[in-house]
Write a protein that binds this ligand. Sequence first.
Ligand SMILES: O=C(CO)[C@H](O)[C@H](O)COP(=O)(O)O
Length: 262
Amino acid sequence: MSGELSPIDKAKFVAAKRAADFVEDGMRVGLGTGSTAAWLVRSLGEMVREEGLKIRGVPTSTRTAQLAREVGIEVISLDEARWLDLTIDGADEFDADLNLIKGGGGALLQEKIVATASDRMIVIADIGKQVETLGAFPLPVEVIPFGWRTTQALIEEMLISMDVLGRSTTLRMNGDRPYVTDEGNHILDLHLKRIGNGRQLALVLNQMPGVVENGLFIDICDMVVVGYGDGRVEIRDINEGTIEHDRMDFLESDNLFSDLAD
Ligand SMILES: O=C(CO)[C@H](O)[C@H](O)COP(=O)(O)O
């Protein structure tokens, strides 16, 4: 049963399952987007249905909103919640300082707004997302459709002036059309290879006309729950370092996992 899922799926699952333990009754919870976040939403749904957990969720995309409703989580908007106790989301890369690249799933704008509006952000990720230096994963930048080619050219010029290693940028596509975000924008993926100064790059990008937001999450994440393909989980805390090693009691006993793996 569980053997039919790939090690990466198992790693994502155990990270999400462990992170769900941080969600308490009455919390307003930001719900991330992506395949790892989907495991989290399903786990929380199970806790709502079977344990009577009472939470209100603020989804970071229409996809997550739909899944949250399907699994029984009460969905509210960020404007209704105003402020959140906790956001749990996936990431494309995380480094030792818990800085992130996000936006591989195209939801970086809502994800950053929601994470920033939260007392605490927990990232759930398989160990493959850990990097020494951010940047191997193309950095997503959300741009408005008007004049996107000009914005792209400005970004490429800026990358040259900042001496960034990789300078090519591509418009994200959905089939033969530009990808459109929930906000009606496009995404440029910046193939940088290595981001020396993420803080500076994030600031410079967001000052450019046409740029709405970038996928660098600097000083936003408080904790990363890391999953391994063999079911182990590790917790890295921004202040205390690694606070939990090698816990692996999630896989075999879990109904949700075996039901989905069937
Ligand atoms: O930033 C994101 C979506 O915009 C996702 O969290 C990120 O792409 C990770 O996705 P996955 O959990 O599917 O690997």
